[in-house]
Design a protein around this ligand. Structure first.
Ligand code: LRH
Ligand code: MN
Length: 431
């Protein structure tokens, strides 16, 4: 039985106040769905079984290149980050794992860290390498790139770092490595697109060779930043080519914020799954660039359309369906714990809404080119308020019916605010 960060009695008290309304809403939705031959209990179980990983780097206050305004009780190390993740998991019951970033989360004692996480009912999800910053314990700079750098010694340094992340991850029970590199150029002519990609592939083959049999490597594409003219793994095309080149254990990770405004991300998801290269997601939201805003806060319909493709994919080929779901956000003006709770719930919401799509009816309308009815079939699922299902799932799993109100009632932020010394505001940087 996992240790609890929040006194379960406090959650039970709060749930007691919200229970009657939640049950009334749940029964009303159940009756509505029954008229559509949909069993609400099946959906609630799907919600209970759903999980999305928390980014360890997301529980600290984020910033931009202009500034970072630290909040109260900033976590100072991976143990305090895990403590905050445990609060999110206990209240939302939708975030069973944490994704780590090295060196930010490098553990002195991996076994002890794994135990501590497990004591809070948390597993360790994908490990993230970092060759987009220079590290004190590394002699060479990644200023001009890492795995695609022109200097073999720098590439070897980047390869060694990724292999180090795998070894740490093995001790923590992780099963995947996410490789996002900022390698690219700011000026036309600065580098050869082809030779950069060749160097990257050669280097990644050495990382790939170090993967244990039951591991995967997720390649994450991004259209720009920190490079502002070209990026080596710029889009799903370069990502897919690299994953194909490397082998079956290499798959593509889709960070929703890494595409140009207007790109049809749900179609990219369908393509990558169709060709067996859909590895996972970094869920967040954005309006312009890689804004790393809360998932579902700007364009919840897009999040729904992504899950619509995922539900379709799972139904079409269940055995080949194993995408890793992770959040990747930067919380600059909200309490990170509240944002991560709310974002996990919004991702879970998009999944349950997508399960409501009458796929047989949709296929008929598509086959007969009844455009209006096809779109309405999708839209009717999206406009269904599934909040009672999400609340019931949390309630049944021991979480909070209204997690953010309950979180505020715990006074957790004030408590850690007293325990953890205040952090001074600083210049740029996301963490
Ligand atoms: C790059 C990225 C990547 C992480 C970093 C924190 O923009 O999405 O996934 O390593 O954010
Ligand atoms: Mn990301």
């Amino acid at each position: 039985m996992a240790d609890k960060q929040i006194d379960p009695a406090l959650i039970a008290d709060h749930n007691q106040n919200a229970l009657a309304d939640m049950l009334a809403d749940y029964d009303a939705l159940g009756a509505k769905l029954a008229r559509q031959n949909v069993d609400i209990e099946q959906l609630t179980q799907k919600a209970v079984d759903f999980g999305v990983a928390i980014p360890s780097w997301g529980v600290g206050t984020g910033g931009t290149r202009f500034a970072r305004f630290p909040g109260l009780g900033e976590p100072r190390n991976i143990y305090e980050k895990l403590a905050d993740c445990a609060v999110i998991a206990q209240l939302s019951q939708a975030t069973p794992t944490v994704s780590l970033h090295i060196p930010w989360d490098r553990p002195d004692d991996p076994a002890e860290l794994r135990e501590t996480a497990a004591s809070w009912g948390l597993g360790i999800d994908a490990m993230n390498s970092n060759t987009f910053q220079d590290h004190d314990d590394m002699p060479l700079s990644f200023k001009y790139g890492s795995l695609s750098h022109t200097d073999e010694a720098v590439r070897e340094q980047a390869i060694a770092h990724n292999i180090d992340c795998i070894e740490i991850g093995q001790k923590l029970g992780s099963k995947a490595l996410t490789v996002w590199i900022g390698d690219g150029t700011n000026f036309p002519g600065q580098q050869s697109f082809t030779r950069s990609f060749e160097r990257y592939l050669e280097a990644m083959k050495k990382v790939y060779a170090a993967l244990p049999d039951d591991w995967r490597v997720f390649i994450e594409h991004k259209i720009y930043e920190p490079a502002f003219y070209s990026t080596v793994i710029q889009d799903w095309g370069s990502n897919y080519l690299a994953a194909k080149e490397l082998g079956d254990k290499a798959q593509c990770l889709v960070d929703l914020g890494h595409h140009a405004p207007g790109v049809n991300i749900e179609m990219i998801v369908a393509r990558l799954f169709q060709f067996g290269k859909l590895g996972g997601f970094h869920f967040n939201d954005s309006k312009y660039g890689d804004d790393d805003l809360d998932a579902g806060s700007i364009n919840p319909y897009q999040l729904f359309l992504v899950f619509n493709e995922l539900v379709d994919a799972e139904l079409s080929n269940p055995s080949g369906f194993n995408p890793a779901y992770m959040l990747d956000q930067s919380h600059n003006v909200t309490d990170p714990i509240e944002s991560l709770i709310s974002s996990a719930v919004e991702v879970q919401r998009a999944y349950i809404q997508a399960l409501l799509v009458d796929r047989a009816k949709l296929a008929d309308y598509q086959d007969t080119n009844d455009v209006m009815m096809a779109n309405r079939t999708l839209k009717s699922a999206y406009i269904t308020d599934v909040s009672p299902i999400l609340a019931m799932a949390r309630h049944r799993a021991g979480g909070a019916i209204d997690p953010i109100t309950t979180y505020r009632a715990t006074g957790y932020r004030e408590t850690v605010g007293k325990q953890r010394p205040a952090r001074k505001g600083s210049g740029g940087g996301i963490v």
